[in-house]
Design a protein around this ligand. Structure first.
Ligand code: 5GP
Ligand code: MG
Length: 172
């Protein structure tokens, strides 16, 4: 892909089984609570779709994009959510991420969500590079803990390509 070589890492069956396990836990944990899922685009669209299909409880979903820009004041980078048009107050919120690497993105973004006073706020991520953690986060639902190597497929891209792959591939 582009200039780089990738090798198979997780099969479509492994991914499906891991997502079923997460869905089972969520179905159990949120029975009667009607959670609101917030899927962080672009990377999480496939995971969010497959996870959502496996839910048997009442639930809602919305999709957001995070935009990072240099703050006009001295505060440095600021992250804003585009498309977050549902009020979070008193809601049980679950953020859906494709991958948590250093943790920086969520570390910056979660305070914005807490600010809206959700009843509860949890994170579901398909992949976690725990070795790469720089900003510790409590991750509530994790599909796979993976080594600190670049991966593509199943929604994740390398410079725009690879999102359509049913499997996940690792940089050789
Ligand atoms: P963070 O370091 O803030 O936890 O992760 C930031 C973002 O980097 C992720 O949401 C994802 O878009 C991207 N990222 C991190 N590791 C990988 C990887 O191995 N493959 C791809 N395609 N994206 C990654
Ligand atoms: Mg992401």
């Amino acid at each position: 892909m582009h200039d780089k070589s990738f090798e198979p890492y997780l099969t479509a069956v492994q991914i499906d089984q891991a997502i079923q396990k997460l869905a089972d836990q969520i179905n159990n944990d949120y029975s009667g609570k009607r959670p609101l899922f917030i899927s962080v685009l672009n990377g999480s669209f496939m995971f969010a779709s497959d996870l959502f299909k496996k839910l048997t409880i009442e639930s809602e979903i919305c999709f957001i994009k995070l935009a990072s820009y240099k703050g006009t004041k001295s505060t440095g980078h600021v992250i804003t959510a585009i498309g977050l048009d549902i009020d979070l107050i008193h809601r049980h919120v679950i953020v859906i991420e494709d991958i948590v690497d250093t943790g920086k993105t969520l570390h910056r973004f979660l305070p914005k969500l807490f600010h809206q006073q959700p009843h509860s706020l949890k994170i579901a991520t398909l992949l976690h590079k725990s070795e790469a953690t720089e900003y510790p986060l409590k991750l509530d639902y994790i599909g796979f803990d993976i080594p600190n190597k670049f991966v593509v497929g199943y929604g994740l891209d390398y410079d725009g390509l690879g999102r359509n792959l049913k499997e996940i591939y690792q940089l050789v």
